[in-house]
Design a protein around this ligand. Structure first.
Ligand code: FPP
Length: 253
């Protein structure tokens, strides 16, 4: 089960600072990167995929085991159809081009968010990526696509309500831990660190439940320019933080 808040608090109370295993990233700034170069927004997203490839590699180099990235939000449907289609095409191209390598390297791919509403070919590829990497456990790459935190929580609540109505679960068994099991991130630890690029200071409906105690790092770099050095900067900032999870650290007044 996930190493959620309860186990993190245990670590803190015992004076043992939890390690960093899960980094989540809001990959923002593709549009501005493209605009600054007189290019169409889709070109920024294309370069964004290259930055994602670099970041997966960098995360592995730096000993991170879980990387979760925000690629398409439930609100992104409000963008022009051409841009939405470009993002679908990029996800497809990414899976088609990288799946065999990810498989070989022990990466487990998971796509979180609403599967309904995705074009059938995208949904089929996403299913294939998850199926073919299901046994991998070296690195966990999770792509949030057609994802919204509130939608995920509402869907989980619906799952809990159905389980109770059908007698599979009792109302008193609904706890933080059992509820987490109904989320798309079931089985994953909560993010230790959430990075947002492009100088914006918002969560934008990303991992609202899971980031309850994540450290937040906002960076001025635009996502297509993100690289290992940027990730190392974010990790340095993370290490300077004191994670208390609501507790008082041993020795504090
Ligand atoms: C935010 O930048 C970025 C997105 C909405 C899409 C993120 C997508 C990628 C990094 C590439 C896709 C990757 C896969 C695997 C499909 P923005 O467009 O809002 O930039 P702006 O704020 O500068 O306009």
């Amino acid at each position: 089960m996930s190493a959620g808040p309860a186990s993190d608090v245990t670590n803190v109370v015992s004076g043992q600072q939890p390690g960093l295993s899960h980094v989540a990233i809001i990959m923002d700034g593709n549009g501005r990167w493209a605009k600054a170069r007189g290019l169409p927004r889709a070109a920024g997203h294309e370069r964004g995929v290259e930055a994602l490839r670099r970041t997966v590699e960098a995360a592995g180099n730096l000993g991170i085991r879980y990387l979760t990235v925000f690629s398409f939000s439930t609100e992104n449907w409000r963008r022009p159809a051409a841009e939405v289609n470009a993002l679908f095409s990029l996800l497809k191209a990414y899976v088609q081009r990288d799946l065999s390598r990810l498989k070989r390297e022990g990466v487990r791919v998971r796509i979180i968010g609403l599967r309904d509403g995705l074009p059938a070919d995208v949904a089929a590829l996403v299913d294939k990526a998850e199926r073919e990497t299901a046994a991998n456990d070296t690195f966990f790459l999770t792509i949030a696509f057609n994802y919204g935190g509130r939608e995920e929580i509402a869907r989980a609540a619906r799952g809990v309500a159905e389980a109770v109505a059908e007698g599979r679960m009792k109302a008193e068994e609904v706890t933080e831990a059992t509820f987490s099991g109904f989320l798309d991130t079931d089985g994953m630890p909560d993010p230790d660190l959430l990075i947002r690029t492009s100088g914006e200071y918002r969560l934008s409906n990303f991992l609202l439940w899971q980031c309850a105690y994540s450290e937040l790092v906002f960076m001025d770099v635009l996502w297509p320019d993100f690289d290992q050095a940027c990730l190392e900067d974010a990790l340095t900032k993370y290490r300077e933080r004191e994670r208390r999870f609501g507790a008082v650290l041993p020795g504090a007044v």
